[in-house]
Design a protein around this ligand. Structure first.
Ligand code: AMP
Length: 333
């Protein structure tokens, strides 16, 4: 608030993790929307209540400012049923909203739009996106719309993450309960907090530490990086089924933006897509900058630093402008 003292914010954009099935885009905060966020808390018990606290605090501090919620799940509401339904009994979907939702929507939306803009495609065509941070997910985007993504009903599904396992055999739960006597909370906590890069390496969830340790001969770190990259490549290949045509692949997130090693290793498993990866450009790309790392003949490969805050500000501005039906010069907080 001190840093805002010399500015006059025109609106506030909030990141909200779960919008459930009802919310397909950024929306102005109203009592009805707050209720929808509350209802979706069953699907994101750690995130949505915290998001609501932030919204309530800023509503109290800035009662006259328009406020907008931008949802991590909203971008993926364009997925077709064959991508978002689990092969489970129908009533679990119709009565209990059990389906795939996907997350990291603002990031996938931003980086694929930015890459296609840099490629001169105006947000058209087919793009694969790999958001690789402590939480990681992949996404397929066709003409600016998400058609599939690797995270599911919760952010646990999909690729290997810092401390999350990603996909495992669902019968693992039965095995651990029957043989080790674990209860469901212990299993869930292990899969979310003790698995992924941390669990595999027995060392760290931080990719920088693992790359360094691997170079110094740490077998666990080497295996963790191998599994991370191979499963990431498998996920990207699976996502490609949602695209009629592949124009390019985008890497983002702390690992995707900064680790030339992970990008190279992952692309090593994707040669059959015709990517003409340039090791020279990949190694030379300064950390945290956008750039293209292929030789210009196959599908494009981009590194795009994500900008979730910028995307939230942009969507907030759009919602405010539509509701005011004007185009004011706004400086968004
Ligand atoms: P994020 O959640 O997007 O902030 O990303 C966090 C992840 O990015 C951590 O696993 C970091 O180890 C990883 N990261 C940041 N810088 C680098 C780097 N230079 N090389 C490899 N991984 C990095």
């Amino acid at each position: 608030l001190e840093r805002l003292a010399n500015y006059s914010p025109q609106a506030i954009g909030h990141r909200v993790v779960h919008g459930g099935e009802k919310i397909t885009k950024a929306e102005a905060i109203t009592p009805v929307l707050l209720q929808a966020i509350r209802e979706a808390a069953a699907l994101a018990p750690l995130h949505n209540p915290a998001n609501l606290l932030g919204i309530e605090a800023t509503l109290a501090l800035f009662p006259d400012l328009p406020q907008v919620a931008v949802f991590d799940t909203a971008f993926h509401q364009s997925m077709p049923a064959h991508a978002y339904r689990y092969a489970l009994p129908q009533y679990l979907y119709s009565e209990h909203a059990v389906r795939r939702y996907g997350f990291h929507g603002t990031s996938h939306a931003y980086v694929t739009e930015r890459a296609s803009e840099l490629a001169g495609h105006k947000n058209e065509g087919g793009w694969l996106s790999a958001h690789l941070g402590n939480g990681s997910s992949t996404c397929a985007v066709w003409n600016g719309h998400s058609v599939d993504t690797s995270m599911g009903m919760t952010p646990l599904e999909g690729v290997v993450m810092g401390t999350r396992s990603g996909d495992v055999d669902p019968s693992l739960h039965l095995f651990l309960a029957s043989n080790l006597g674990w209860d469901i909370q212990k299993i869930d906590s292990m899969l979310n907090k003790e698995s992924g890069l941390l669990g595999l390496s027995g060392l760290s969830n931080d990719m920088r530490t693992l790359v360094e340790a691997s170079e110094n001969g740490h077998d666990g770190a080497t295996l963790a990086i191998e599994v991370f990259c191979y499963r990431l490549a498998k996920s990207l290949s699976a996502m490609s089924c949602g695209l009629p045509h592949l124009d390019g692949l985008v890497f983002t997130g702390g690992i995707g933006e900064n680790s030339a090693y992970v990008r190279e290793k992952t692309l090593g498993y994707l040669a059959h897509f015709g990517f003409q990866f340039s090791k020279e450009k990949n190694d030379a790309l300064p950390r945290g900058t956008e750039g293209r790392i292929d030789d210009g003949t196959g599908p494009q490969i981009w590194v795009i630093p994500t900008d979730e805050e910028g995307r939230i500000a942009k969507e907030t501005r759009q919602v405010v402008e539509v509701s005011q039906n004007t185009s004011p010069e706004v400086s968004l907080a």
